[in-house]
Structure formats: structure tokens, C-alpha cells
Design a protein around this ligand. Structure first.
Ligand SMILES: [Zn+2]
Length: 310
């Protein structure tokens, strides 16, 4: 279904997105998105022996991943990514989507400088027992996927493709982001960017919204935005955690929509240096919103749309 969506399919996608996600950007894929999707879908990806890969220096986690059932792993690379995957073929599904996300971030945020001198690694497990083994070996538990620097690890059981696709989109967006920015933005901003950008890119690529892991907005009203920007850990409890992601996504959406991509990128770089939201806001957004109150008002408007639509 990746190629040749009928007009009807696209309209259905647009409709369901508008009803559920409460977002206000335009969801029809643009002609340039369609052209890029077609270009990427036509890429010929072929397997490469590990010793012929353009980058063979794996992190400790990467090495641990490939030790699990050592003989099962195949490898391939595209322009910006190297994928390690088991005998069951999920290669093109991931590497092409990653390339599209790469293009989309570059295009949306107007960032041109890729700062990493080697390709990013993607490790895909399709067997749940093996994924549990990997998590136990790395002390990371209860996740569907994780991005660490220039590597991304995930579970992708084909029979649970739909529910895994949102996590994959989100984490692959972190992976792409890490090629264009040095250092980590504060937690809310990092997650907000991943959620916002992943949703846009996923829709432009697949023509439908992804199965969200963060759609519970019941705790949204309890969030104090400024306090949230100071969090260095994720909130406890699934409702609070979900609201944290939604609020962060809305904040990023508001900043990008109202101030444009260049201002946003400058803001992100400032926030990487100093995570104080008010200082970063005053440095970049006073012209756009007059003051932080104006920004919060715009956020509230978006929050209401979400509650209304759910
Ligand atoms: Zn994330």
C-alpha cells in the first residue's frame, strides 16, 4: 500500500487525523512529499556482509544486540543508515522510512548541516523473547524501542505491526534529530520534537496517522507548563506521562507554527546550551508572542481543540 494511494485513501487518512489528533496543520501530503516518497520507495537496498559496511564500530549495546542469536543477523545500508535485522525481512520497511524522516526533518526545519560523519545504526528485533533478552542485557526494561545517540533499537513483531509503528516513528525521529543537533535539549523539548515531527513524517509517508502510545489526555489540565520544562525525569504514572508527551508536542507545534523553523532551530540550540525555558523564550520568541503569557494562550487554544476532538 505504500505506493499508489488512491485519492480516496488519502482523504480517509486526512479525515481521521483531523478528528482524533487535534492538530491544526494541513495533513494532505504535498507534491514534494509525494515525490520524495516515490523516490525513496524506488531505492534498491541490498544486503551487505558486516565486514563491508561503511561503519563497523558499534556501541556496547549494538554489540550486545548482535550477540543474541549471532547467526540470524543480516545487514544493509542506505544513504544515511545501516540496518541490522534478523532473517525475517523488515529491512526495507525501516530503512526507507528512516530515509524519508531524514529528508522530512531537513526539509521542515531547514537544517542542512548533517553533523555525523558516519551512518546511523538501526537494530530491529522481531522476536519478543530475544527483545526481552536484549533489554535484560542492557538494563532497559518495558520499552518497545529506544534511541541512544546514533543508534536505534526496537522490537517489531510483524503481527503487531500497527501498534509498533508509532514507537518506531518516534524513536527514528530522535535518531534523525541527533544527526543535526549536538547535545541534548531538555526532556520536554526532545520528546515534543520527536512526537510532533514523527506524526507529520509518518502521515506524509504512510498516508495515515500512527497508533499513538500517548493519546490519554485526561491529565493534561494538571500540567503546569513551566514546571514541566524543568523536569529531568519522566513523570510517574501513565496518564501523567502521556499528558507530558502531548503537552510537549503541542508546545513544539505552537513554537514552530507561529515562529517558523529557523527561529525554532535557533531556540533548540539555545536550549541545548541552557535548558531554562524562559531565558530561551525571551531570546527568541518575544517578537512572535510578545510574552510567555501569549504563548500559553496559544497553547491553551490548542489544548481545547484536542479535548474537543477526543
Ligand atoms: Zn522519545
Amino acid at each position: 500500500m505504500k505506493n499508489g494511494y488512491s485519492r480516496f485513501m488519502w482523504q480517509v487518512g486526512v479525515l481521521s487525523m483531523g478528528l482524533v489528533a487535534g492538530v491544526s496543520w494541513s495533513w494532505a501530503a504535498t507534491p514534494e512529499e509525494n515525490a520524495e516518497r516515490q523516490r525513496i520507495n524506488q531505492l534498491k537496498i541490498s544486503d551487505t556482509p558486516f565486514e563491508k559496511l561503511s561503519h563497523q564500530t558499534l556501541s556496547e549495546w549494538g554489540q550486545k544486540a548482535l550477540k543474541i542469536q549471532e547467526k540470524q543477523w543480516k545487514h544493509a545500508e542506505s544513504e544515511h543508515f545501516i540496518i541490522h535485522y534478523p532473517l525475517i525481512d523488515v529491512r526495507d520497511r525501516f530503512i526507507k522510512e528512516a530515509e524519508f524522516y531524514y529528508w522530512k526533518i531537513k526539509n521542515d526545519l531547514k537544517v542542512s548541516q548533517d553533523l555525523v560523519d558516519h551512518k546511523s545504526h538501526i537494530y530491529v528485533f522481531v522476536d519478543e523473547a530475544q527483545w526481552r533478552q536484549f533489554q535484560a542485557n542492557t538494563d532497559v526494561l518495558q520499552i518497545g524501542g529506544v534511541c541512544l545517540g546514533n543508534e536505534y533499537f526496537c522490537l517489531y513483531p510483524k503481527r503487531r505491526e500497527k501498534e509498533s509503528s508509532g514507537t518506531a516513528a518516534h524513536e527514528m525521529t530522535h535518531l534523525v534529530f541527533n544527526r543535526f543537533f549536538v547535545g541534548n535539549p531538555p526532556r520536554w523539548l526532545n520528546e515534543g520534537i520527536a512526537e510532533y515531527q514523527a506524526r507529520k513524517a509518518y502521515f506524509a509517508y504512510h498516508g495515515q496517522r500512527y497508533e499513538s502510545i500517548n493519546k490519554d489526555t485526561s491529565a493534561l489540565a494538571n500540567i503546569d507548563f513551566f514546571k514541566m520544562t524543568e523536569l529531568t525525569e519522566y513523570p510517574q504514572g501513565s496518564a501523567a506521562r502521556s499528558a507530558f508527551y502531548v503537552e510537549s508536542q503541542l508546545a513544539v507545534e505552537t513554537l514552530i507554527e507561529k515562529g517558523g523553523p529557523e527561529r525554532f532551530v535557533a531556540f533548540v540550540n539555545t536550549m541545548i546550551q541552557n535548558p531554562d525555558f524562559k531565558a530561551g523564550f525571551d531570546a527568541h520568541y518575544l517578537e512572535t508572542f510578545k510574552d510567555a503569557g501569549g504563548f500559553l494562550k496559544e497553547m491553551e487554544r490548542k489544548e481545547k481543540q484536542i479535548k474537543y476532538r477526543h
